[in-house]
Ligand binder design. Structure first.
Ligand SMILES: Cc1ncc(COP(=O)(O)O)c(C=O)c1O
Length: 388
Protein backbone atom coordinates (compact mmCIF):
# COMPACT_ATOMS: atom_id res chain seq x y z
CA UNK A 1 0.00 0.00 0.00
CA UNK A 2 1.30 3.44 -0.90
CA UNK A 3 1.50 5.54 2.28
CA UNK A 4 0.06 8.53 0.39
CA UNK A 5 -3.01 6.88 -1.02
CA UNK A 6 -5.19 8.04 1.88
CA UNK A 7 -3.78 11.53 2.05
CA UNK A 8 -5.70 13.18 -0.80
CA UNK A 9 -8.31 15.88 -0.36
CA UNK A 10 -11.16 13.93 1.27
CA UNK A 11 -13.60 15.30 -1.29
CA UNK A 12 -11.73 13.45 -4.04
CA UNK A 13 -12.73 10.13 -2.48
CA UNK A 14 -16.36 11.22 -2.83
CA UNK A 15 -16.04 11.38 -6.61
CA UNK A 16 -16.98 8.07 -8.20
CA UNK A 17 -15.82 6.71 -11.54
CA UNK A 18 -18.63 7.64 -13.91
CA UNK A 19 -21.23 4.96 -14.58
CA UNK A 20 -20.89 5.72 -18.28
CA UNK A 21 -17.24 4.66 -18.13
CA UNK A 22 -18.09 1.60 -16.02
CA UNK A 23 -20.71 0.55 -18.56
CA UNK A 24 -18.34 1.16 -21.45
CA UNK A 25 -15.70 -1.06 -19.85
CA UNK A 26 -18.27 -3.83 -19.35
CA UNK A 27 -19.38 -3.93 -22.99
CA UNK A 28 -16.34 -2.82 -24.96
CA UNK A 29 -14.94 -6.37 -25.23
CA UNK A 30 -18.05 -7.60 -27.09
CA UNK A 31 -17.34 -8.03 -30.84
CA UNK A 32 -19.43 -6.22 -33.51
CA UNK A 33 -20.75 -3.73 -30.94
CA UNK A 34 -22.69 -0.76 -32.25
CA UNK A 35 -22.39 2.19 -29.89
CA UNK A 36 -24.90 5.03 -29.59
CA UNK A 37 -23.18 6.22 -26.46
CA UNK A 38 -21.16 9.10 -27.85
CA UNK A 39 -21.68 12.57 -26.39
CA UNK A 40 -19.98 14.42 -29.22
CA UNK A 41 -20.77 15.33 -32.83
CA UNK A 42 -19.85 12.72 -35.44
CA UNK A 43 -19.13 15.56 -37.90
CA UNK A 44 -15.64 16.92 -38.52
CA UNK A 45 -14.72 20.53 -37.75
CA UNK A 46 -15.64 22.67 -40.82
CA UNK A 47 -12.76 23.01 -43.33
CA UNK A 48 -12.49 26.81 -43.13
CA UNK A 49 -12.11 26.61 -39.35
CA UNK A 50 -9.36 24.02 -39.65
CA UNK A 51 -7.66 26.27 -42.20
CA UNK A 52 -7.71 29.16 -39.72
CA UNK A 53 -6.01 26.86 -37.19
CA UNK A 54 -3.31 25.87 -39.72
CA UNK A 55 -2.76 29.53 -40.58
CA UNK A 56 -2.37 30.42 -36.90
CA UNK A 57 0.34 27.77 -36.49
CA UNK A 58 2.16 29.09 -39.59
CA UNK A 59 2.00 32.63 -38.26
CA UNK A 60 3.48 31.59 -34.92
CA UNK A 61 0.47 32.09 -32.70
CA UNK A 62 2.26 29.92 -30.20
CA UNK A 63 2.40 32.26 -27.22
CA UNK A 64 0.09 32.82 -24.27
CA UNK A 65 -2.87 35.12 -24.79
CA UNK A 66 -4.19 37.39 -22.06
CA UNK A 67 -6.10 35.37 -19.47
CA UNK A 68 -9.56 36.38 -20.68
CA UNK A 69 -8.63 35.35 -24.22
CA UNK A 70 -7.92 37.29 -27.42
CA UNK A 71 -10.06 40.39 -27.85
CA UNK A 72 -10.98 39.15 -31.36
CA UNK A 73 -12.53 36.01 -29.91
CA UNK A 74 -14.39 37.83 -27.15
CA UNK A 75 -15.78 40.35 -29.63
CA UNK A 76 -16.80 37.60 -32.04
CA UNK A 77 -18.42 35.56 -29.26
CA UNK A 78 -20.27 38.60 -27.97
CA UNK A 79 -21.57 39.42 -31.49
CA UNK A 80 -22.57 35.78 -32.07
CA UNK A 81 -24.71 35.80 -28.92
CA UNK A 82 -26.18 39.18 -29.59
CA UNK A 83 -27.21 38.29 -33.17
CA UNK A 84 -28.50 34.83 -32.36
CA UNK A 85 -30.10 35.17 -28.94
CA UNK A 86 -30.41 38.95 -28.41
CA UNK A 87 -28.27 39.02 -25.27
CA UNK A 88 -25.51 41.59 -24.89
CA UNK A 89 -22.23 41.19 -23.07
CA UNK A 90 -19.34 43.67 -23.13
CA UNK A 91 -16.34 41.85 -24.66
CA UNK A 92 -13.85 43.81 -22.56
CA UNK A 93 -15.27 42.94 -19.13
CA UNK A 94 -18.07 40.39 -19.45
CA UNK A 95 -16.66 37.58 -21.63
CA UNK A 96 -14.06 34.93 -20.77
CA UNK A 97 -12.63 32.39 -23.21
CA UNK A 98 -12.26 29.05 -21.40
CA UNK A 99 -10.92 25.56 -22.04
CA UNK A 100 -14.24 24.13 -23.20
CA UNK A 101 -17.52 24.46 -21.33
CA UNK A 102 -15.98 22.09 -18.79
CA UNK A 103 -13.45 24.62 -17.55
CA UNK A 104 -16.11 27.32 -17.64
CA UNK A 105 -18.10 25.16 -15.23
CA UNK A 106 -15.12 24.32 -12.99
CA UNK A 107 -13.91 27.90 -12.76
CA UNK A 108 -17.42 29.18 -11.99
CA UNK A 109 -18.23 26.54 -9.39
CA UNK A 110 -14.86 26.80 -7.66
CA UNK A 111 -15.24 30.58 -7.58
CA UNK A 112 -18.64 30.53 -5.89
CA UNK A 113 -18.87 27.39 -3.75
CA UNK A 114 -17.81 26.93 -0.13
CA UNK A 115 -18.07 23.81 2.04
CA UNK A 116 -21.66 23.31 3.15
CA UNK A 117 -23.21 25.17 0.22
CA UNK A 118 -25.93 23.47 -1.79
CA UNK A 119 -26.45 23.45 -5.54
CA UNK A 120 -29.82 22.68 -7.12
CA UNK A 121 -29.71 20.28 -10.04
CA UNK A 122 -32.84 19.49 -12.05
CA UNK A 123 -32.60 15.72 -12.55
CA UNK A 124 -31.88 13.59 -14.50
CA UNK A 125 -28.77 15.64 -15.05
CA UNK A 126 -25.48 15.82 -16.94
CA UNK A 127 -23.00 13.77 -14.87
CA UNK A 128 -20.22 16.38 -15.17
CA UNK A 129 -21.71 18.69 -12.52
CA UNK A 130 -21.82 16.61 -9.34
CA UNK A 131 -18.07 15.85 -9.10
CA UNK A 132 -17.21 19.56 -9.33
CA UNK A 133 -19.72 20.38 -6.61
CA UNK A 134 -18.32 17.63 -4.36
CA UNK A 135 -14.76 18.73 -5.00
CA UNK A 136 -15.65 22.17 -3.66
CA UNK A 137 -17.06 20.53 -0.50
CA UNK A 138 -20.60 21.50 -1.47
CA UNK A 139 -23.68 19.32 -1.82
CA UNK A 140 -25.88 18.65 -4.85
CA UNK A 141 -29.65 18.79 -4.26
CA UNK A 142 -31.57 17.00 -6.99
CA UNK A 143 -34.95 18.24 -8.15
CA UNK A 144 -36.88 15.36 -9.70
CA UNK A 145 -38.37 16.54 -13.01
CA UNK A 146 -39.86 13.22 -14.16
CA UNK A 147 -43.43 14.17 -13.30
CA UNK A 148 -43.28 17.30 -15.46
CA UNK A 149 -41.74 15.55 -18.50
CA UNK A 150 -38.25 16.74 -17.48
CA UNK A 151 -39.27 20.39 -17.47
CA UNK A 152 -38.24 22.24 -14.30
CA UNK A 153 -41.14 24.31 -12.95
CA UNK A 154 -41.10 27.55 -10.89
CA UNK A 155 -43.02 25.71 -8.14
CA UNK A 156 -40.25 23.13 -7.84
CA UNK A 157 -37.71 25.94 -7.36
CA UNK A 158 -39.85 27.55 -4.65
CA UNK A 159 -40.19 24.18 -2.90
CA UNK A 160 -36.45 23.51 -3.02
CA UNK A 161 -35.69 27.01 -1.73
CA UNK A 162 -38.19 26.60 1.11
CA UNK A 163 -36.58 23.30 2.07
CA UNK A 164 -32.92 24.35 1.81
CA UNK A 165 -32.99 28.14 2.23
CA UNK A 166 -29.83 30.22 2.39
CA UNK A 167 -27.62 27.18 1.98
CA UNK A 168 -28.51 27.17 -1.72
CA UNK A 169 -25.77 29.04 -3.55
CA UNK A 170 -26.55 28.11 -7.14
CA UNK A 171 -28.70 26.22 -9.58
CA UNK A 172 -27.40 24.65 -12.79
CA UNK A 173 -29.86 24.61 -15.68
CA UNK A 174 -29.08 22.85 -18.95
CA UNK A 175 -31.13 23.86 -21.98
CA UNK A 176 -31.21 22.13 -24.41
CA UNK A 177 -30.56 19.28 -22.03
CA UNK A 178 -28.17 16.40 -21.93
CA UNK A 179 -29.53 13.75 -21.32
CA UNK A 180 -33.22 14.53 -22.00
CA UNK A 181 -33.09 16.76 -25.10
CA UNK A 182 -35.65 19.10 -23.49
CA UNK A 183 -35.20 22.77 -24.44
CA UNK A 184 -36.99 25.57 -22.59
CA UNK A 185 -39.12 27.92 -24.66
CA UNK A 186 -39.49 31.67 -24.16
CA UNK A 187 -42.41 31.43 -21.72
CA UNK A 188 -40.65 28.79 -19.62
CA UNK A 189 -37.38 30.75 -19.41
CA UNK A 190 -39.32 33.91 -18.49
CA UNK A 191 -41.30 32.12 -15.77
CA UNK A 192 -38.25 30.37 -14.28
CA UNK A 193 -36.30 33.65 -14.33
CA UNK A 194 -39.10 35.49 -12.53
CA UNK A 195 -39.02 32.92 -9.74
CA UNK A 196 -35.23 32.75 -9.52
CA UNK A 197 -35.05 36.55 -9.32
CA UNK A 198 -36.60 36.31 -5.84
CA UNK A 199 -33.52 34.52 -4.51
CA UNK A 200 -29.81 35.39 -4.14
CA UNK A 201 -28.59 32.39 -6.08
CA UNK A 202 -26.26 32.13 -9.03
CA UNK A 203 -27.91 30.68 -12.11
CA UNK A 204 -25.36 28.68 -14.03
CA UNK A 205 -26.98 28.29 -17.41
CA UNK A 206 -25.26 25.61 -19.47
CA UNK A 207 -26.29 26.47 -23.02
CA UNK A 208 -23.65 24.39 -24.83
CA UNK A 209 -26.36 22.89 -27.11
CA UNK A 210 -27.96 26.27 -27.95
CA UNK A 211 -27.36 25.89 -31.69
CA UNK A 212 -29.11 22.52 -31.74
CA UNK A 213 -32.75 23.39 -31.12
CA UNK A 214 -35.12 21.70 -33.57
CA UNK A 215 -38.44 23.23 -32.56
CA UNK A 216 -37.80 26.92 -32.16
CA UNK A 217 -35.31 29.63 -31.29
CA UNK A 218 -32.96 29.04 -28.39
CA UNK A 219 -33.82 31.28 -25.43
CA UNK A 220 -30.97 32.28 -23.14
CA UNK A 221 -31.30 32.92 -19.41
CA UNK A 222 -29.04 35.89 -20.06
CA UNK A 223 -32.04 37.54 -21.68
CA UNK A 224 -34.37 37.33 -18.68
CA UNK A 225 -32.05 37.08 -15.69
CA UNK A 226 -28.83 38.78 -16.70
CA UNK A 227 -27.80 39.94 -13.22
CA UNK A 228 -27.70 36.44 -11.72
CA UNK A 229 -26.73 34.37 -14.72
CA UNK A 230 -23.36 32.83 -15.44
CA UNK A 231 -23.96 31.88 -19.04
CA UNK A 232 -21.85 29.01 -20.33
CA UNK A 233 -21.45 28.12 -23.98
CA UNK A 234 -18.73 26.99 -26.38
CA UNK A 235 -17.87 25.60 -29.78
CA UNK A 236 -17.75 21.88 -28.98
CA UNK A 237 -21.25 21.08 -30.23
CA UNK A 238 -22.13 24.03 -32.51
CA UNK A 239 -18.99 23.64 -34.65
CA UNK A 240 -18.02 20.03 -33.93
CA UNK A 241 -14.90 21.30 -32.16
CA UNK A 242 -14.75 19.15 -29.02
CA UNK A 243 -10.99 18.59 -29.31
CA UNK A 244 -10.14 22.26 -29.78
CA UNK A 245 -11.39 22.95 -26.23
CA UNK A 246 -12.99 26.36 -26.61
CA UNK A 247 -15.74 27.49 -24.26
CA UNK A 248 -17.08 30.78 -22.94
CA UNK A 249 -18.37 32.43 -19.81
CA UNK A 250 -20.67 35.43 -20.24
CA UNK A 251 -21.64 37.22 -17.04
CA UNK A 252 -21.94 40.69 -15.50
CA UNK A 253 -18.51 42.33 -15.02
CA UNK A 254 -18.59 42.02 -11.20
CA UNK A 255 -19.00 38.25 -11.48
CA UNK A 256 -16.39 37.81 -14.23
CA UNK A 257 -13.89 39.81 -12.12
CA UNK A 258 -13.99 37.03 -9.48
CA UNK A 259 -14.25 34.01 -11.78
CA UNK A 260 -11.29 35.16 -13.86
CA UNK A 261 -8.97 34.71 -10.86
CA UNK A 262 -9.83 31.02 -10.63
CA UNK A 263 -9.62 30.64 -14.42
CA UNK A 264 -6.16 32.21 -14.43
CA UNK A 265 -4.73 29.82 -11.86
CA UNK A 266 -6.44 26.78 -13.35
CA UNK A 267 -5.35 27.22 -16.97
CA UNK A 268 -3.76 30.66 -17.60
CA UNK A 269 -5.70 30.95 -20.88
CA UNK A 270 -7.27 28.82 -23.61
CA UNK A 271 -4.92 27.50 -26.36
CA UNK A 272 -3.95 30.28 -28.75
CA UNK A 273 -4.27 28.29 -32.00
CA UNK A 274 -7.75 27.17 -30.93
CA UNK A 275 -8.70 30.76 -30.18
CA UNK A 276 -7.68 31.85 -33.69
CA UNK A 277 -9.79 29.04 -35.17
CA UNK A 278 -12.64 30.11 -32.88
CA UNK A 279 -12.75 33.57 -34.46
CA UNK A 280 -13.29 31.95 -37.87
CA UNK A 281 -16.00 29.69 -36.46
CA UNK A 282 -17.87 32.55 -34.81
CA UNK A 283 -17.61 35.06 -37.67
CA UNK A 284 -17.49 33.36 -41.10
CA UNK A 285 -18.92 30.19 -39.55
CA UNK A 286 -21.84 31.88 -37.78
CA UNK A 287 -24.24 29.53 -39.62
CA UNK A 288 -22.06 26.40 -39.62
CA UNK A 289 -24.41 24.58 -37.27
CA UNK A 290 -27.33 24.84 -39.74
CA UNK A 291 -26.20 21.96 -41.98
CA UNK A 292 -25.49 19.71 -39.01
CA UNK A 293 -28.78 20.70 -37.42
CA UNK A 294 -30.77 19.59 -40.47
CA UNK A 295 -29.10 16.19 -40.36
CA UNK A 296 -29.59 15.82 -36.62
CA UNK A 297 -33.25 16.73 -37.03
CA UNK A 298 -33.79 13.95 -39.59
CA UNK A 299 -32.02 11.46 -37.37
CA UNK A 300 -33.99 12.55 -34.33
CA UNK A 301 -37.28 12.10 -36.19
CA UNK A 302 -36.22 8.65 -37.36
CA UNK A 303 -35.05 7.43 -33.93
CA UNK A 304 -38.04 8.99 -32.16
CA UNK A 305 -40.51 7.24 -34.47
CA UNK A 306 -38.69 3.92 -34.35
CA UNK A 307 -38.53 3.95 -30.56
CA UNK A 308 -42.11 5.04 -30.01
CA UNK A 309 -43.21 2.16 -32.23
CA UNK A 310 -41.34 -0.16 -29.89
CA UNK A 311 -43.30 1.34 -26.93
CA UNK A 312 -40.47 3.41 -25.50
CA UNK A 313 -41.94 6.64 -24.09
CA UNK A 314 -40.03 9.78 -25.05
CA UNK A 315 -40.70 13.31 -23.78
CA UNK A 316 -40.17 16.32 -26.10
CA UNK A 317 -36.68 15.70 -27.55
CA UNK A 318 -36.45 19.19 -29.03
CA UNK A 319 -32.73 19.87 -28.76
CA UNK A 320 -29.15 18.55 -28.35
CA UNK A 321 -28.62 15.10 -29.92
CA UNK A 322 -30.08 12.75 -27.35
CA UNK A 323 -33.26 10.81 -26.85
CA UNK A 324 -34.06 9.84 -23.29
CA UNK A 325 -36.55 7.01 -23.43
CA UNK A 326 -38.54 5.11 -20.81
CA UNK A 327 -37.94 1.37 -21.08
CA UNK A 328 -41.27 -0.30 -22.07
CA UNK A 329 -43.30 -2.09 -19.43
CA UNK A 330 -42.63 -5.83 -19.46
CA UNK A 331 -38.90 -5.28 -20.09
CA UNK A 332 -36.16 -5.26 -17.44
CA UNK A 333 -36.55 -1.90 -15.66
CA UNK A 334 -33.08 -1.79 -14.09
CA UNK A 335 -31.43 0.39 -16.74
CA UNK A 336 -27.92 -1.00 -16.22
CA UNK A 337 -29.16 -4.62 -16.45
CA UNK A 338 -31.29 -3.74 -19.52
CA UNK A 339 -28.37 -2.10 -21.34
CA UNK A 340 -25.92 -4.89 -20.53
CA UNK A 341 -28.39 -7.54 -21.74
CA UNK A 342 -29.11 -5.56 -24.94
CA UNK A 343 -25.37 -5.20 -25.53
CA UNK A 344 -24.70 -8.89 -24.95
CA UNK A 345 -27.64 -10.24 -26.96
CA UNK A 346 -27.91 -7.77 -29.86
CA UNK A 347 -24.61 -5.87 -29.74
CA UNK A 348 -26.16 -2.44 -29.25
CA UNK A 349 -24.77 -0.09 -26.59
CA UNK A 350 -27.06 2.61 -25.13
CA UNK A 351 -26.31 4.50 -21.93
CA UNK A 352 -28.26 3.31 -18.86
CA UNK A 353 -30.40 6.14 -17.46
CA UNK A 354 -29.00 5.55 -13.96
CA UNK A 355 -25.77 7.19 -15.19
CA UNK A 356 -27.69 10.50 -14.96
CA UNK A 357 -28.75 9.97 -11.35
CA UNK A 358 -31.42 7.90 -9.61
CA UNK A 359 -34.08 9.94 -11.46
CA UNK A 360 -32.81 8.36 -14.69
CA UNK A 361 -33.52 4.80 -13.54
CA UNK A 362 -35.86 2.97 -15.92
CA UNK A 363 -34.63 5.01 -18.90
CA UNK A 364 -31.94 4.77 -21.58
CA UNK A 365 -30.10 7.55 -23.39
CA UNK A 366 -29.48 7.26 -27.09
CA UNK A 367 -27.12 9.62 -28.84
CA UNK A 368 -28.09 10.23 -32.47
CA UNK A 369 -24.71 11.79 -33.25
CA UNK A 370 -24.15 8.87 -35.63
CA UNK A 371 -24.78 8.30 -39.35
CA UNK A 372 -28.28 7.45 -40.57
CA UNK A 373 -26.96 4.06 -41.71
CA UNK A 374 -25.74 3.34 -38.17
CA UNK A 375 -29.04 4.49 -36.70
CA UNK A 376 -31.06 2.25 -39.04
CA UNK A 377 -28.89 -0.71 -38.02
CA UNK A 378 -29.29 0.26 -34.34
CA UNK A 379 -33.08 0.43 -34.51
CA UNK A 380 -33.16 -2.96 -36.28
CA UNK A 381 -31.11 -4.44 -33.43
CA UNK A 382 -33.30 -2.79 -30.79
CA UNK A 383 -36.45 -4.03 -32.48
CA UNK A 384 -35.04 -7.59 -32.64
CA UNK A 385 -34.21 -7.41 -28.92
CA UNK A 386 -37.59 -6.06 -27.84
CA UNK A 387 -39.59 -8.42 -30.02
CA UNK A 388 -37.57 -11.50 -29.16
C1 LIG B 1 -24.41 19.57 -20.87
C2 LIG B 1 -22.96 19.60 -21.17
N1 LIG B 1 -22.20 20.56 -20.64
C3 LIG B 1 -20.87 20.63 -20.89
C4 LIG B 1 -20.25 19.71 -21.70
C5 LIG B 1 -18.76 19.82 -21.93
O1 LIG B 1 -18.48 20.56 -23.06
P1 LIG B 1 -16.97 20.88 -23.51
O2 LIG B 1 -16.55 19.78 -24.43
O3 LIG B 1 -17.07 22.18 -24.25
O4 LIG B 1 -16.13 20.95 -22.32
C6 LIG B 1 -21.00 18.68 -22.27
C7 LIG B 1 -20.35 17.65 -23.12
O5 LIG B 1 -20.88 16.60 -23.42
C8 LIG B 1 -22.39 18.62 -22.02
O6 LIG B 1 -23.16 17.66 -22.53
Amino acid sequence: MNKLQNRFNKNVYEIAVSLIRQFDEKVSGIPNMLKLTLGEPDFNTPEHVKEAGRQAIKENFSHYTGMSGLMDVREAASRFLSEKYTVNYDPSTEVLVTVGATEALSASLLAILEPGDKVLLPAPTYPGYEPLILLAGAEPVYIDTRESDFVLTPEQIDQAMAAHGDKVKAIIITSPSNPTGVAYNEAEVAALSKTLAKYSVFVISDEIYSELNYEGQHVSFGKYLREQTILINGLSKSHAMTGWRIGFIFAPAELVAQIIKVHQYLVTAAATVSQKAAVRALVQGISDAEVMKEEYRERRDFVYQAMTKLDFKVARPSGAFYIFAKIPAGQEQDSMAFCIDLAEKNQLALIPGIAFGPEGEGYVRISYAASMETLVDAMTRLSAYIND
